[in-house]
Design a protein around this ligand. Sequence first.
Ligand SMILES: Cc1cc2nc3c(=O)[nH]c(=O)nc-3n(C[C@H](O)[C@H](O)[C@H](O)COP(=O)(O)O)c2cc1C
Length: 418
Amino acid sequence: MVQLEFLAPELLGMSCSIYHETNNNADWKQWNGSEEPSKPLYHQLLNVTLPTKPVSIADLEQIALDKLPKLVRQYYEGGAEDEITLRENITSLQRLNVPFAVGPSAFHRLAGYDGELDVARAAAKRGIAMGLSSSSTSSLEDVIKVGKTAREEIEEGSRQENEGFKLQDSDWWQQLYVCDQRTSDTEDFIQRSEKAGYTALLITVDRPYLGRRLASLREKFELPLHLRRASGEKMAQGEQIAHYLLNPSMHWHELIPWLRSKTKMKILVKGILHPEDAALALKHGLDGVVVSNHGGRQLDAAPATIDALPAIADVIQGRIPIFFDGGIRKGLDVYRALALGADVVLLGRAVLWGLAAAGEEGVGLALDIIAEEFKLVMALTGVTDITQIRRSTLALVDPAHVGLKTLSDPSWEDRRPI
Ligand SMILES: Cc1cc2nc3c(=O)[nH]c(=O)nc-3n(C[C@H](O)[C@H](O)[C@H](O)COP(=O)(O)O)c2cc1C
């Protein structure tokens, strides 16, 4: 759990010139479409006017969308089919009045800069954990290495830059799709991750098949030639965007014992939305669950994760950690998720927007903005410690909304351990 102090205000007043660099890779010109970038979803939903300097994730998103080639914009931004779940993740969070880590997302070098390496540095300098996608464009060894080096540098004295942060131990988690276990490639990948220092495997189970992302069906998404898969390449068919050798028929009772026999890392299942699956995770001795709908990229019209969370928290009852992602764009969203039962909140696109806007600095800014917003919400709701964040500190703006409980509902009672 991240504990952060307020930021020095000067950090937010940084010069904005860096945010308008153009992408320096000539190969990317072929990617550029002629269309104007769209207005960020967040802006569309809230009718936000963009200020001139980035002080929110929505600002970073606008800068990122302005800079990114069209195909990358579509890949990062898009959800499945009519994008109902993608929108619901965000709007459902906003219907409620109300610490975090970097979640795994693929192909960070599409955003430019040093991709995953920049994300690792920014996270590690702040003592924030990072989940690495198995579709990373930097090797899993390099990611952890640069992260640890950046952290050591901070520890060795340059703390002024991050004054105000209470530095916690960084942690590194490796995401993995459920691939065909008959190949030794998955086994090699797991052992490589453990050897490199990753402490947990996030097994993504909500992608037995790829969701229908319409923009990518209309215009085929491929990695540009200068990029390649740098870690999970053997589990995919070739180094290009190619599909993983997924095994959609895998069952809990065969997968979990097999994974346990191959690694001592913690094992979490990512992509839980139903309380019955949360119960299965307990039954099969998982070390945690990640409540996620893959950022609305898989099953369209799946519930928003914030709506699914309370029922899952009721089943888990504090026995294993609940990680949560989907639509987190503000510190307020982190607070809401914690109040409804999450222990750790994962950032998806918020980190991608920071990365595309300004590399390591942009990711750092995204993390700092969310941290500062989160601390402010804590202060303004009269909460002095993360463990005091409970359902009872939330008010329902729209009690009639399907999926949300009213305050008179007995199940609204907070069951998180104090
Ligand atoms: C561009 C992109 C790539 C992603 N790649 C992966 C991936 O490789 N593995 C995975 O488990 N989840 C992946 N996800 C899902 C994220 O881990 C996370 O569930 C989602 O981004 C959360 O929603 P948000 O981005 O709206 O916050 C990806 C999401 C995006 C936007």
